[in-house]
Design a protein around this ligand. Structure first.
Ligand code: G6Q
Length: 538
C-alpha cells in the first residue's frame, strides 16, 4: 500500500515552497535570469520543449522531481513497460507500448512474447490496405473501394479521426474517409450521404463488439448496404471488416473472421490507436507512413523509459500539471495547436487525459483527498485567439496552455506560416509578461479605459516546437501525452487505465429504452426523470 501523497516529504516541502512562489512574477524570474529561456528547455529529437514560462524555479523543479522519485515513478514505469498487471481493477497488463515495439523485441505477458503477434496483425493490415489502396480489393459488384467508413466510438473513434485529420496531407486522395460514432442516426445518415454502397468499405471498430452505438450503427450499415446491393448477404464479406478482440461476436455479426484484425485486452480503448484500431489510418496514409508513426511512438516510449527524470519530457510535463492542479488549484489545461491539421487533437486528448485521470479514489479505493485530473480543452490557433483567448488573458482563472507549433509548413503558401508562428510565439509572450497600467497609460489611453487594457501576465504556458507535422512526429506527440497522463496517475496513486465512470449512465439508458418504446410501462424514477420520459412519449 503506498503512502498517502500528502504525507510525503517532498509534498510537504512543495507546500511550503508554494508559499514562496505563488506571488512570484514570471517577469521577475526572466529579468533576474537572462538565460532562463534557454535553460528551461529540452530538445529531444525533433521536439523543442520550452517550459521556461512556468511559475517555477530550479528549486520547484527539483522538489517536483523529488516527489516523482519518492512516489516510485521509475519503478511504476518499469512495471508498465514490462507487462505487469498495473491495471489493477481489471487485472490487466497495460502494453500500448508493445504495439510499437520493433519486430525483434520481446515483451512478455504471462510468459508469452506478444511482439510477434503484434507484427502478424500489422502484416495482415498492410496486405489488406495495399489491396484496397491499389484498387485490387473489389466490392460485391466488382468495383474498387472509394469510400471508407469507420464505425466506432470513444477509443475506437477519436484516435482514428484525429490521426486521419492530422495526416490528411499524406493520405491517398482518391479514397474518401468518413467516421461514424454517435448513436444519433444523423451521424450515419450524413456519413453515407451521396456515396454508393458498391464502392464502400465499412470498418467496424470495437474492442468488445458489444458497444450499443457501434453495434447499432453497424446493423444500420449492413441494412443500408444490402438494400442498395439487392439483399444478397454474401455482399457483406466484401464490404465489412472488423477490428476487435471478440472473434465470436464478429462472426455472429456476419463478418468472416478472415476479415478481422485483432488486438488484445492489454490495450485500453483510448490507448489503442496504434493497434489494429488504426486500420483506417493505414488505409489513408499507407503502411510505410503508418510504420513511421509507430516508429515515432516507439521513439517517445524509449525516451520516457530511459531518460533521467530531469531530461524527460513527459515527466516534466506531468509534474508541471501536478504543481498547478494540486498547489495552485488550477482546474483546466488548454491545448492550442498552431496547426490546422491538428484540429481534432484537443478532442482526442480530452479522452486520453480525462477518462484516464478523472478518478476520485486511490488504487486501494480510498478517497484521494487532493485534486486529480483537470479539464483538457482547446482549439487550433489562430482561431481560438478570436474567441476564448480573452478569458485566458484577462479572466480570473489561471489556465496553463500548451502551444504546439511546427517549423516547416506542409503547404508552403507564404506568408501564412510566418503569420501563424508569430502569433503562437506572441501568445506565450503576452500571457507570461502581460502589459502594465504604466505601459497602457504611456500609449495615451484614456484613464477610464486603462484598467480594461491591462494584462496582468504571469500566466504560464509550454511551447512545443516541432520540425514538421509528419507521421513520425505525430507518433511522438501522442506518446508524449500518453506518458504525461501516466506520470500524473502515479503521483495521484490512481488507476488511469479503467473507466468505470462511464458505466452508470449506460446501464440507466438500458432501463429507459424499453420505457420509451412501450408507453404502457409504469415509470418509477424520480419526478424529473419520469417527467422527461412522459414528455418524450407525448
Ligand atoms: C476507452 C474506453 C472507451 C471505448 C469505447 C468503445 O478507453 O474504453 O472509449 O473505447 O467505449 O469501446 P469498444 O471499442 O469496445 O466498442
Amino acid at each position: 500500500m503506498s503512502a498517502l501523497l500528502t504525507n510525503l516529504t517532498h509534498w510537504k516541502s512543495l507546500e511550503s515552497h508554494f508559499g514562496e512562489i505563488k506571488n512570484v512574477q514570471l517577469k521577475d524570474l526572466f529579468e533576474k535570469d537572462g538565460t532562463r529561456g534557454e535553460r528551461f528547455v529540452l530538445k529531444v529529437s525533433d521536439i523543442y520543449f520550452d517550459y521556461s514560462k512556468h511559475r517555477i524555479t530550479e528549486e520547484t523543479l527539483s522538489l517536483l522531481l523529488g516527489l516523482a522519485e519518492e512516489r516510485g515513478l521509475e519503478a511504476r514505469r518499469a512495471a508498465m513497460f514490462s507487462g505487469e498487471k498495473i491495471n489493477s481493477t481489471e487485472n490487466r497488463a497495460v502494453l500500448h507500448t508493445a504495439l510499437r515495439a520493433p519486430k525483434g523485441a520481446t515483451v512478455l505477458v504471462d510468459g508469452h512474447n506478444v511482439v510477434p503477434d503484434v507484427h502478424a496483425v500489422l502484416e495482415k493490415m498492410t496486405e489488406f490496405s495495399n489491396q484496397v489502396r491499389s484498387g485490387a480489393w473489389k466490392g460485391h459488384t466488382g468495383k474498387s473501394i472509394k469510400y471508407v467508413v469507420n464505425i466506432g466510438i470513444g477509443g475506437s473513434d477519436l484516435g482514428p479521426v484525429m490521426a486521419y485529420e492530422a495526416l490528411k496531407h499524406f493520405s491517398q486522395r482518391n479514397l474518401s474517409f468518413r467516421f461514424v460514432s454517435n448513436v444519433d442516426g444523423n451521424d450515419f445518415a450524413e456519413a453515407v450521404e451521396g456515396i454508393s454502397a458498391e464502392e464502400t468499405l465499412f470498418i467496424i471498430s470495437s474492442k468488445t463488439f458489444t458497444t450499443l452505438e457501434t453495434m447499432t450503427n453497424a446493423q444500420t450499415a449492413r441494412t443500408w448496404l444490402l438494400e442498395q446491393l439487392g439483399g444478397d448477404a454474401s455482399a457483406v464479406a466484401k464490404h465489412f471488416v472488423a477490428v476487435s478482440t471478440n472473434g465470436e461476436a464478429v462472426s455472429k455479426f456476419g463478418i468472416d473472421t478472415q476479415n478481422m484484425f485483432g488486438f488484445w485486452d492489454w490495450v485500453g480503448g483510448r490507448y489503442s490507436m496504434s493497434s489494429a484500431i488504426g486500420l483506417s489510418t493505414m488505409l489513408a496514409i499507407g503502411s510505410e507512413h503508418y510504420y513511421e508513426m509507430l516508429a515515432g511512438l516507439h521513439e517517445m516510449d524509449e525516451h520516457f523509459r530511459t531518460a533521467p527524470l530531469n531530461e524527460n519530457i513527459p515527466v516534466i510535463m506531468g509534474m508541471l500539471g501536478i504543481w498547478y492542479a494540486d498547489f495552485f488549484g488550477v482546474q483546466t489545461q488548454a491545448i492550442f495547436p498552431y496547426e490546422n491539421y491538428l484540429k481534432r487533437f484537443p478532442a482526442y486528448l480530452q479522452q486520453l487525459t480525462m477518462e484516464s485521470n478523472g478518478k476520485h479514489v486511490t488504487l486501494e479505493g480510498e478517497n484521494v483527498g487532493y485534486q486529480t485530473g483537470v479539464v483538457y480543452w482547446g482549439e487550433p490557433g489562430t482561431n481560438g485567439q478570436h474567441s476564448f483567448y480573452q478569458l485566458v488573458h484577462q479572466g480570473t482563472l489561471l489556465i496553463p496552455c500548451d502551444f504546439i507549433g511546427f517549423k516547416k509548413p506542409l503547404n508552403v503558401l507564404p506568408p501564412h506560416q510566418d503569420y501563424l508562428i508569430a502569433n503562437m510565439i506572441a501568445q506565450g509572450e503576452a500571457l507570461a509578461f502581460g502589459k502594465t497600467a504604466e505601459a497602457v497609460k504611456a500609449e495615451g489611453v484614456a484613464d477610464n479605459l486603462v484598467a480594461h487594457k491591462v494584462f496582468e501576465g504571469n500566466r504560464p504556458s509550454s511551447t512545443f516546437f516541432i520540425d514538421q507535422l509528419n507521421p513520425k512526429n505525430l507518433g511522438k506527440l501522442i506518446a508524449m501525452y500518453e506518458h504525461c497522463v501516466f506520470v500524473q496517475s502515479v503521483i495521484w496513486d490512481i488507476n488511469p487505465f479503467d473507466q468505470m465512470g462511464v458505466e452508470l449512465g449506460k446501464v440507466l439508458a438500458q432501463n429507459i429504452i424499453p420505457e420509451l418504446q412501450d408507453t404502457s410501462k409504469v415509470l418509477q424514477h424520480d419526478s424529473s426523470t419520469n417527467a422527461l420520459i412522459e414528455y418524450y412519449r407525448s
